[in-house]
Design a protein around this ligand. Sequence first.
Ligand code: ATP
Length: 344
Amino acid sequence: MDVTVENVIRTFGTTAALHGVSLDIRAGELIALLGPSGSGKTTLLRILAGLDVPTSGRVLFDSADALSLTVQERNVGLVFQSYALFRHMTVLENVGFGLQVRPRSRRPSRSEIKRRALELLDLVQLSGLEKRYPTQLSGGQRQRVAFARALAIEPRVLLLDEPFGALDAKVRRDLRRWLREIHDRTGHTTVFVTHDQEEALELADRIVVLNNGRIEQVGTPDEIYDAPNSPFVFSFIGESSTLPVRVKGGKVWFDDRRLDLPVRDLADGQGRLFLRPHDVEVVADDRDAITGVVTAVRRHGGSRRFELGVGETQERIEVELPSLAEQTVGSKISVLPQRWRIYR
Ligand code: ATP
């Protein structure tokens, strides 16, 4: 199902949680709403679910007004960070719950509900656990039951709010892949909220980056990562360092050094160069590069991070080199960023 959000504004007293958000979600897409705390992700998801109403604007499900529909009428599948399973019900009963509480006219028979619940437990790889109670499951298993429960009602759209937020890093990573697989098999239009850029980059077909109640950028993970359209997106989507630079006649200058970076379509003037610590190439000292003295070294996973003081004002940037790098505090390093942007 297509979902269209048109100029949605949501204010709470004097706080504007959403400032006029417009978004087209295509049928079958897996969309990540990504942004820092307070950027409006949950508010937007709640509005899609029918748990909240916008102050103004429109929400359409397949071109029909959705705002006049109740949560039940919208037929959305919801999964939250906290599992919200019914503790007194078995796994099987939890999964069948959404069908069990339907009005009699639309309620499948008991045996049909059981059949569907078992089928979904198979899909989420929990076959054999149907008689257990939620307290007898791990966090990751509970969250998979919550997914099966959300899928049981054959939702028109699946809405997930930080579904893996409460789980440890390893389980989160496993469940991400699992969610992508389930999505590819079932094809539900899915919107999930996360503040974890890695999760969004790995999972989503398209990412919607929110900042202070506004959409900063919408794009595929590659578009967002390779061509962030603002300093906010650049620094939010991955690690970054920044330096003040000058553009003059198609060349970039830092202090009195010209940098060997090709700039096209950039008008003369001051700007800020953004670079990614792991996307730099170490070059010979005599190249037109950023040269600095190492002020600190630390391990970073399988590599080493070097903090450099560069230029007259000793601006600090970070670069990442293989763990065998021999440079230490006081060494001189010259680098050229491989992936970078200049913003005004
Ligand atoms: P988080 O990642 O912390 O959950 P979020 O991006 O989901 O953040 P929202 O929960 O949508 O952000 O909140 C957006 C803004 O709206 C925040 O400033 C928040 O304080 C405000 N807000 C949200 N719900 C309410 C409410 N019921 N009453 C008053 N203000 C609210």
